[in-house]
Design a protein around this ligand. Structure first.
Ligand code: GRF
Length: 223
């Protein structure tokens, strides 16, 4: 087994993806992971309440509380270290992750995006704007993407995607609701694959192995 994933979930909003991941851990669908910290820039976030209900430490932190970027990032980093975080799941987190943190957690930060990347991503593409753009473009298919976080918005390689049809009478909110359902399926699934050591990130290529990556290596070593 690889090292257990000690996950920090970063969330600004209601936290339904956080809840889906938490349920998958509680029910044993994900076995080698725990959520050790929830981080939010927003003190009203449902994600903070959910963390408290589940006795998960919650950190309310945002840039405005600090004089400099450095102070903000070092306080956040200290908290991640204190809770032995080795993996970060962004779940509706509305702030950009500082490059120092992206580099410190290289290929260990994932995000869920409510469209089929690389389309409908990037700066300004969040929330209902994404679904509005999908409908305006007359797409027949939308869906959700779990991707690795790098230093640009919605740019890192895609780990998992799921699709749904766009119906002729869909509004941004009906489409968002159906996309959210598939988000709740693929996000825990992607985290399960990471927790089982089955994701290899090779540049922009993601390889999902059938067994743990370390076991594969051992097999090669013994041949
Ligand atoms: C989701 O639609 C996700 O794709 C996007 O933000 C939303 C978060 O929703 N990044 P929730 O807070 O998990 O309910």
């Amino acid at each position: 087994m690889p090292d257990q994933l000690n996950i920090a979930v970063f969330a600004s909003g209601k936290g339904s993806n956080f809840k889906a991941i938490l349920e998958a851990i509680k029910t044993g669908k994900i076995q080698n992971a725990q959520i050790v910290l929830v981080v939010s820039n927003n003190s009203d976030a449902g994600a903070i309440d959910l963390a408290r209900e589940n006795n998960i430490p919650a950190l309310h932190i945002n840039r405005k509380q600090f004089e400099t970027d450095e102070d903000f990032n070092s306080t956040l980093t200290s908290s991640l270290e204190k809770h032995c975080v080795n993996f970060i799941a962004l779940a509706g987190y509305m702030k950009k992750i500082d490059p120092t943190i992206v580099r410190a957690f290289k290929n260990r930060i994932v995000n869920i995006h409510p469209a089929l990347l690389p389309k409908f991503g990037g700066s300004g593409m969040y929330g209902m704007r994404v679904h509005e753009a999908v409908i305006e473009s007359k797409e027949k298919i939308s869906g959700a993407s779990v991707h690795i976080v790098d230093e640009e918005y919605d740019n890192g390689p895609v780990v998992l995607q799921a699709t749904i049809p766009v119906e002729v009478n869909d509004t941004p909110s009906t489409l968002a609701a159906r996309v959210l359902k598939v988000e709740h399926e693929i996000y825990p699934e992607a985290i399960r694959l990471f927790s089982e050591g089955r994701i290899i990130v090779d540049g922009r290529k993601i390889i999902i192995t059938k067994i743990e990556v370390k076991e594969l290596k051992d097999e090669f070593d013994s041949n």
